[in-house]
Design a protein. Structure first.
Length: 495
């Protein structure tokens, strides 16, 4: 497994293969339709949902504008509570910090809470290279790890697996990672959950080091928050003696009171629950062996492209994301292609705008991601922090096609236009020239109307891929301007 999957083909090729997998499409269709229907019902219960959405947006935007100040405040608060803060500019630095911290304890095993940030940096693979084995404890992450697979969804990483496949994975793989699956294991949810519970229990009781991410960090108190549905997170956060949390710098909120908004919008948008079954909060360390919580706490603040994203006035809104996955569950493209086709730990609409900013658009897979959308806008409608994903997609498409100045590693650089878009650039420049000259536009419209019977039903050359799945719109018998002048409306307008 890899945290970034940069060896994967571009989205169109990966998606083409995925849509021919009938089992995958069936699994995705059932899961996404179920989740989004439940979410719609949960959101409908809240009379002030629009106000909560706007409040979440404003809190996030305010925090991003003053991120430097709040990060310093967070470091001071965590340190005052007995923790230690480490700053990681990129994935390599973060992995090195965590590996050194684990090795300093003398341990060779760690238990992990589900964490997008650690997947992003490929932490499990980095620890394995250092002789440290990381055990995923979230049920879906456990399925992915045992199956030597990759996550395909932000909330439900094993959404592409059905119960029969999970049973087979447990039967064949659990014994190599610890306690084997029970004899005669069936695919009933209760039996699968019990098998996972028994398998993980021995790891929870043995582990001395836990690794987590965080949904939120509170600057004024140094408190970290993890919301989850299974209780595995709480076991990882309270039982180990040492806790290491790897968190993206954008996950910060200024005050304790700000949590009120997100603890209402996140569970309804993600699991369609009024509140998460487990909301764990910890501040610093505990000195007593009898008390819950770690006696040593380390917070690794991860940049890894986030300050570069922050420098983009349009693209920075992606950093508002609270990882609810609502956009994935309504996206017609994700539903058919699945998460693996995106070549990133962040799939779906949010991945299509976040990954190309965190990693840049110089690779083939990242240059293709802004096009992994129909621009239908459903993702924006359900986003609990009002990220205008279609706007950012179009913004990134322009970056891919035209190149231009961007921020990379804190420095201003000029990107060259991506290969394969010459025809698109030429067409857009021709359109800009025509729309800037009304006389030429009118002449072109009249010529198109008079020759409409000669027009092909599909486009030639590069346009063939577009018209292969769409009907070309019929050209009207006369341009709108001519019709307007010919009708009474035109005469009224002249008066």
């Amino acid at each position: 497994m890899s945290g970034t999957y940069l060896g994967m083909p571009a989205f169109p090729k990966a998606a083409h293969e995925a849509v021919h997998d009938a089992t995958l499409r069936g699994n995705l269709r059932h899961a996404t339709h179920t989740i989004r229907a439940k979410r719609a019902n949960a959101v409908a219960e809240v009379s002030d949902w629009a106000a909560l959405r706007e409040a979440g947006k404003r809190i996030k935007d305010h925090t991003l504008r003053h991120l430097d100040r709040y990060l310093v405040q967070l470091e001071e608060s965590v340190t005052a509570a007995g923790g230690k803060v480490h700053w990681a500019a990129d994935a390599d630095e973060a992995n090195r910090i965590v590996a050194d911290l684990v090795k300093a304890t003398g341990e060779s095993e760690v238990v992990k809470v589900k964490s997008m940030a650690t997947q992003e940096i490929g932490l499990n693979e980095a620890l394995e290279a250092e002789g440290i084995r990381a055990y995923e404890t979230d049920l879906a992450e456990l399925i992915v790890q045992l199956g030597k697979d990759r996550p395909s969804h932000i909330l439900v990483p094993a959404i592409h697996r059905n119960r029969g496949e999970i049973r087979d994975i447990f039967r064949s793989e659990m014994s190599e990672w610890g306690r084997p699956a029970p004899e005669g294991l069936t695919d009933t949810p209760a039996e699968l959950a019990e098998a996972a519970r028994l398998h993980l229990r021995e790891k929870f009781l043995r582990a001395k080091v836990g690794i987590s991410g965080a949904n939120f960090m509170v600057a004024e108190t140094g408190t970290l928050v993890v919301v989850e549905s299974e209780g595995n997170g709480r076991m990882c956060l309270t039982l180990p003696e040492t806790l290491i949390s790897v968190v993206g710098i954008e996950k910060i909120v200024p005050t304790w009171r700000d949590l009120e908004v997100f603890l209402q919008t996140l569970p309804r948008s993600s699991t369609a629950e009024r509140m998460n079954p487990y909301t764990s909060m910890w501040t610093g360390t505990t000195d007593s062996e009898a008390a819950d919580g770690p006696r040593t706490f380390h917070l690794v603040l991860l940049d890894n492209g986030r300050t570069d994203t922050l420098a983009d006035e349009v693209g920075r809104q992606a950093l508002r994301c609270i990882r609810c996955s609502a956009c994935l569950n309504v996206c017609p493209v994700y539903e058919r292609a699945g998460g693996h086709a995106y070549g990133s730990v962040y799939p779906g609409p949010i991945g299509a705008i976040l990954s190309p900013q965190l990693r840049g658009v110089t690779s083939e897979i990242d240059a293709s991601l802004p096009y992994a959308s129909s621009l239908c806008g459903a993702c924006y409608d359900v986003c609990p922090v009002a990220i205008d994903i279609p706007e950012v997609l179009v913004h990134l498409r322009e970056r891919v096609v035209e190149g231009g100045e961007v921020t990379a590693n804190g420095n201003k650089v000029v990107l060259k236009p991506a290969k394969g878009h010459a025809a698109e650039r030429a067409a857009m420049r021709a359109a800009r020239w025509a729309f800037g000259r009304p006389g030429a536009l009118r002449a072109g419209q009249r010529l198109a109307s008079r020759t409409r019977r000669l027009h092909p039903r599909s486009l030639p050359g590069p346009g063939k891929a577009w018209s292969g799945t769409r009907d070309l719109p019929a050209v009207p018998a006369e341009p709108f301007r001519d019709w307007w002048q010919r009708t009474q409306g035109g005469k009224d307008g002249a008066k």
